[in-house]
Design a protein around this ligand. Sequence first.
Ligand SMILES: [Ca+2]
Ligand SMILES: [Ca+2]
Ligand SMILES: [Ca+2]
Ligand SMILES: [Ca+2]
Length: 425
Amino acid sequence: MQFRTTRPRLATAVLTVMTLGAGAIAAAPTASAAPLPLALPAKALVPIEIEAAHVPAVAELDKTRGRVTLSWMLSHAEAHLDVTLTHIATGKEFRKRVPAPSVGSLFSFTWDAVIDETTADGERSVDVPNGKYAVEAEATPLDRAGAPAYQTSFMNIVRTYNPHDYNDNGSTDTFARDALGVLWRQDMKDRPTSGQIRTSAMPSRVGGGWGAYKQIEAVGNLGGAAHGDLVAVDASGVQWLYLGKGDGTFAPRVKIGQGWQVYNKIAGGSDVNGDNRPDLVATDSSGYLWLHKGTGSYSKPFTDRVRIGTGWQVYNHLTAVGNAAGTSAGDLVARDTSGVLWLHQGNGQGGFAPRVKVGGGWGIYSQLVGAGDLDNDGRADMIAYGTSGQYGAYVYRSTGVATAPFSRQTTDLYSYQGTRYTSIA
Ligand SMILES: [Ca+2]
Ligand SMILES: [Ca+2]
Ligand SMILES: [Ca+2]
Ligand SMILES: [Ca+2]
């Protein structure tokens, strides 16, 4: 208790000395002001100690609106506390100096799980990766009398799995190929900011040579590491797998199929038969809808095809949106040649419930992408790309209601870049 009462008195004494030192005539003391000694009292050396750390072993960020509160009980408050959180797998660091509390000696701060990253285009705050963090606290006495105290805890950051997350921070990443064949990854925020779905970091260059592909699909996790993977089909019908490493990069491509030139549209990422593995569907020029079930094995990620529908030639766009509405399995969204969008809800047996009309006017978009859960409400959402002007893309949040399954929202994703890219996944 002695040190907690000493600090305000010290501050007042310093202020008094400064005022007198400026040559001013001291004002008459108020009735309540106690006389203050000009000589500072001698301080006893009281070592600083960290008596307790309140760092959760597991922080499930999606249950706490993306934040985690950390605190340390110190033996007294005449100190500052420097905290360093280090993501063990990558070495990424977050540092914070925690000021003394106004009352007591519990030093506390709430971390919003972002770090500032400096790029050529400026500083952006980026959602930190999932996984284990070392949480190091260093308490230093303000008067520097005595040694600092140290304490280390470990905390595991966990978020709800998002099959469209490629750098393991819970948030959707989208992929866009430009006219030169370069593929770019764009990380989104894990949750809306001021009501808007926003991008996080600047776009990252995945690599060149992607112009060879007719189709690029973000298909969810097909096997290997528990992160999202990409499938691409080239002009000769060879199907390639890019296994995601979980840091936004990919293993070298592996050939997983051939003969895929018979399909005019493919869509991946929805689990349409309810076995928790994402599947791939495709349509051919006869209007047949084919299902290639996901196997869970990256060496042969899809089964041979099964025909599951007819009449799909009325559509000019096909998207697997995950489980966007009602039923137990993943859904498909398809746009017909007059611009009307239709929802086909998976029935969990590889088939679909009768289609539901979403609405008209969807012909303005060049790409529709099932994009994982963009607003963290547990339902998979969609991105529509290809409009000119400020909004190059829109987010369509899933409502969970089959009769009105999507609700449009603005985003800064692909702002003024609605015609730059030739493929979005
Ligand atoms: Ca991400
Ligand atoms: Ca994977
Ligand atoms: Ca499946
Ligand atoms: Ca959602």
